[in-house]
Structures are given as C-alpha cells and as structure tokens.
Design a protein around this ligand. Structure first.
Ligand code: SME
Length: 169
C-alpha cells in the first residue's frame, strides 16, 4: 500500500486533480493504511505524510499534541516540513487559538493574525483543525501552513475535519 501510494503521488496528472475529490480519495487511502493500527503516534505520522504528499499547496503539515504533563500546553508531534517550534501555549498563535476555542482556524494572511508564531518566515497562510478523541477530549491540533497567501478555503476545512474526525474520533 505504501509503495503504491508513493508511486501515485509522483504522477504528473495527479497534481491538477480537483481538491474536494482528492480529499475524499485520500481519506479512503488513509483509512485503508491505518486499518487495525491502534497506535496514535503511528496514526498521526501516517496522516501527516499522506496529506503532505497529496497536496501541492501544503508547505508544513503536522500535529501539535496536548502535553498531558503540562497545564494547557501543546508540544510538537509527527510532522512533515521544515523545523517546527517545539511548544505552544493554549491561546498563543493560530495553533493555540484552535486548542483554546476547539474551532478550526482558517487564516488567509498569517501576518494579520495577532500573536502568530513564525516558525518559518516563508509561511503566508494556514489552517489549524482541533483533533478530538472518541470521547470528545481534545488530543491535538493539526496545522497546515502554505507559502502562498490565502491557500486554504472551506474545501480544505471540510476535507481535513472529515479525515481527522474519522481517524481519531
Ligand atoms: N503557525 C503556527 C505555529 C506552528 S508552525 O507554523 C509549524 C501558529 O502560529 O500557531
């Protein structure tokens, strides 16, 4: 499965595919790879890799997980991309806002977002989706940054919320 997925993401016609259709397709591919795998780190690493390799507008893709040993603090989890910041307090930056509110943050211009944390100065826009377990407890946030302004919209939001709910809820 991994080899077939990797071969496909290299195919040229794949990049121009309709985004909503690709989210639906990769959702099925993720479910298939993770079938029977209970380990949360393995599940997060797989989601980060498969999504990062499925979309051209993704620049940094990964999880900040809720640190059970700290009060209201996120710590970096599995990701794909350039070096990420290690820790983010609830309420700080875009990830902290998603953790604090439990709501997806869609940010077309990171420079206009109060308190945005610039781990990489190339980031221009981002989407951060809270991740809940099956009893509705916040376990992480999923952060995708782009080096293009306004790269994410409602299609990305619905696609990501659906995949994260299905994979971790
Ligand atoms: N953009 C995030 C920080 C994490 S990095 O971009 C990987 C934020 O402001 O929450």
């Amino acid at each position: 499965m991994a080899e077939a997925f990797n071969d496909k993401t290299l195919a040229a016609d794949f990049l121009s595919k309709d985004r909503a259709a690709r989210y639906a397709e990769v959702a099925g591919e993720i479910a298939s790879v993770l079938d029977g795998e209970p380990n949360v780190t393995a599940r997060m690493a797989t989601v980060a890799s498969m999504l990062a390799n499925s979309f051209d507008h993704y620049f940094w893709t990964g999880f900040y997980v809720v640190d059970p040993t700290k009060e209201r603090e996120l710590v970096v989890g599995p990701y794909q991309g350039t070096l990420g910041c290690l820790r983010i307090a609830f309420g700080r930056g875009v990830c902290g806002a998603a953790a604090e509110t439990g709501q997806t943050q869609l940010v077309p211009d990171v420079h206009a977002f109060p308190g945005h944390i610039a781990c990489d100065s190339r980031s221009e826009s981002e989407i951060v989706v809270p991740v809940f377990d099956r009893v509705g407890q916040l376990i992480a946030v999923f952060d995708v940054d782009s080096d293009k302004p306004a790269a994410f919209d409602a299609i990305d939001q619905l696609g990501l919320e659906t995949i994260l709910k299905t994979t971790f809820g």
